[in-house]
Design a protein around this ligand. Structure first.
Ligand code: URA
Length: 432
């Protein structure tokens, strides 16, 4: 029986053959190989690892478990491993589209402290991320960008396997993570893939070394599959920007797209331009400097914002109703500095946990989220504060109970000290 041979082989640390991997994944997808054997293989892979070739075979087998899209247009997509306050996709994808690249972006819903782009977008009244693949393709072709959720037709093997990994302690394995992320991105069909691999307190990859290893593996895997690829390893010690939640993050991204953000959006704008420029330079064979200049121009002249608005409309969203949603009354609680000094750290994980507890995220798949729940920071790392000045506001739509307790937890996320600190650069490593 093939499953038993494969399990014995991997348990003993041997490399599996391409056909063995393909047959195992085909059997699992079709239900011939039961969950317990797949879980055993996932655990053996966690403990024994996989060679680059095995990882590529696993990725390919998972990609082929469902439909694979093909595009005649120039296409690119950016994938983030997720972080607290990470709303950059909302800026980057329309920005790349405004620079002449079609962006088919199948994105995820949030689980745990890292939010999901789909949940953020669906706070825009009417916006639906659940589109048929045909409609998704039509929006990409007509508007230039679509951000929708992965349907059951794309990589069903990954969907089944991820659910098992989540409950069998087998998430933390680079070959399994690479196969999971890449199979979906390859099936989506974009010719260029750019990865944002986050590291730090609020990220899935806690150490820079692990993040760099994952970034290299993703880029190598994408190139081996015939795609152009690059990655940035970026810091996720402090939340990205000021908003952590859903609707408040969309509002922050919209302000950058509209050119209304304080200080031009600061590091968030810089990072968005960098990612979009990588996509555009690879996809359109431009130099990185040319692509950066084009991205800055498209952000400044409103074309990136126009792409975002057109994408929202194509998905049924109504931005005028979104503005009224933002004006809806909520329960709020403000925390303030108890001492004067400089903000030396804001722990992204702690802020993410508070936002989750307020209802901005899901503890379990299927939980309902409160679109207006979240945290809005009043300060960033490096800012000076005096006693009594605001540090952050917590917000939720219902149930004021728990706000005060969450506020105590949020307060612990801030470090204030006499010394001046300069925020560290967000980009830690470039793999291009
Ligand atoms: N994201 C995924 O899609 N898969 C993983 O395995 C980890 C993060």
């Amino acid at each position: 029986m093939i499953a038993k041979i494969v399990l014995d082989k991997k348990r003993e640390g041997h490399a599996l053959g391409s056909a063995e991997i393909r047959e195992f994944i085909e059997g699992f997808t079709a239900g011939r190989i039961p969950d317990y054997q797949m879980s055993a293989l996932a655990m053996a892979i966690c403990c024994r690892g996989m060679t680059e070739r095995e990882t590529a075979d696993l990725t390919d087998a998972m990609r082929r478990s469902g439909k694979c899209l093909e595009w005649s247009e120039i296409t690119a997509d950016k994938h983030s491993t997720g972080g607290v306050g990470d709303k950059l996709s909302l800026i980057i994808q329309p920005l790349a589209a405004a620079c002449g690249v079609c962006v088919p972006s199948l994105t995820g819903r949030g689980l745990g402290i890292t939010g999901g782009t789909a949940d953020k977008l669906e706070t825009i009244p009417g916006y639906s991320c659940s589109q048929s693949l045909a409609r998704f393709q039509e929006i990409v072709r007509t508007v230039g960008v679509s951000m929708a959720v992965q349907t059951d037709e794309i990589t069903p093997a990954d969907k089944k396997l991820y659910a098992l990994r989540d409950v069998t302690g087998t998430v933390a394995s680079i070959p399994l993570i690479v196969a999971s992320i890449l199979s979906k991105k390859l099936a989506e069909g974009a010719g260029t893939l750019v990865f944002d691999v986050k590291t730090g307190k609020g990220a899935f990859m806690k150490t820079r070394e692990d993040a760099a290893a994952l970034a290299h593996a993703l880029v190598d895997g994408a190139r081996a599959a015939g795609r152009k690829a690059a990655a940035l390893v970026t810091s996720m010690d402090a939340p990205l920007g000021r908003a952590v939640g859903n609707a408040n993050e969309v509002a922050e991204a919209l302000a950058i797209l509209r050119g209304d953000a304080p200080e031009g959006g600061g590091p968030m704008t810089e990072l968005s331009v960098e990612f979009a420029a990588l996509m555009v330079s690879l996809a359109r064979d431009l130099s990185l400097d040319e692509a950066r200049a084009l991205c800055r121009e498209r952000l400044a002249d409103g074309q990136a914002c126009a792409k975002f608005e057109a994408m929202v409309a194509a998905h049924g969203g109504d931005l005028a109703r979104f503005e009224s949603l933002l004006g809806r009354p909520t329960f709020k609680f403000r925390i303030q500095a108890m001492r004067s000094g400089h903000v030396t750290a804001i722990d992204a994980e702690k802020v993410g946990r508070v936002a989750l507890a307020l209802g901005a995220g899901r503890e379990q798949a299927g939980d309902r989220i409160d679109p207006l729940a979240g945290v809005t920071l009043a300060v960033g790392v490096g800012d000076r504060v005096a006693v009594g000045e605001p540090l952050a506001t917590l917000e939720r739509s219902t149930d004021p109970e728990g706000l005060e307790r969450a506020a105590t937890d949020l307060f612990r996320a801030f470090e204030i000290a006499p010394e001046v600190v300069t925020p560290r650069p967000l980009i830690l490593e470039v793999i291009s």
